[in-house]
Design a protein around this ligand. Structure first.
Ligand SMILES: [Zn+2]
Length: 113
C-alpha cells in the first residue's frame, strides 16, 4: 500500500492536471468561436482551412477528454487503494513513472513488452 503522504501527493498532481485541462478547454473554445467568425467573413478556401482547424480543435478536445477520464480513473484507483500497482503483473509502478504521468496503469516492463 502507498502511504497517505504519497497518495496525497498524487492527488495534488492529478488535481493540477485536471485544472490545466480545464484551462486548455477554455482556450480551445475561444479558438473555435474565432474560427466561426472567420468562416462567415471569408471565401471557400478559407472555409476549408477553418473546417480543418475546427476538426483539429475537435481532435485536441477529444484527447483532453480522454486524458480527463484517465485522471478521474486514477483518482478512483487511489480511492480503491489500487493506485500505483501494475494492472497486468501487480508489481508497484516506479514512482518516477507515475510522477511523469499519474494515469499509467502498467509498470514499464508490462507497458513496453
Ligand atoms: Zn507489470
Amino acid at each position: 500500500m502507498n502511504g497517505d503522504f504519497e497518495t496525497a501527493r498524487y492527488r495534488d498532481l492529478i488535481a493540477d492536471r485536471l485544472a490545466a485541462l480545464d484551462a486548455e478547454d477554455a482556450r480551445g473554445q475561444a479558438g473555435q468561436s474565432t474560427v466561426a467568425l472567420d468562416q462567415q467573413a471569408m471565401g471557400r478556401l478559407s472555409r476549408q482551412d477553418a473546417l480543418l482547424n475546427q476538426s483539429m480543435a475537435k481532435a485536441t478536445q477529444a484527447r483532453r477528454d480522454a486524458q480527463r477520464r484517465a485522471l478521474h480513473a486514477a483518482l478512483a484507483r487511489i480511492d480503491a487503494g489500487d493506485f500505483g500497482y501494475c494492472a497486468d503483473c501487480g508489481d508497484p509502478i516506479a514512482p518516477k513513472r507515475l510522477e511523469l504521468d499519474p494515469t499509467h496503469t502498467r509498470c514499464i516492463g508490462c507497458a513496453s513488452g
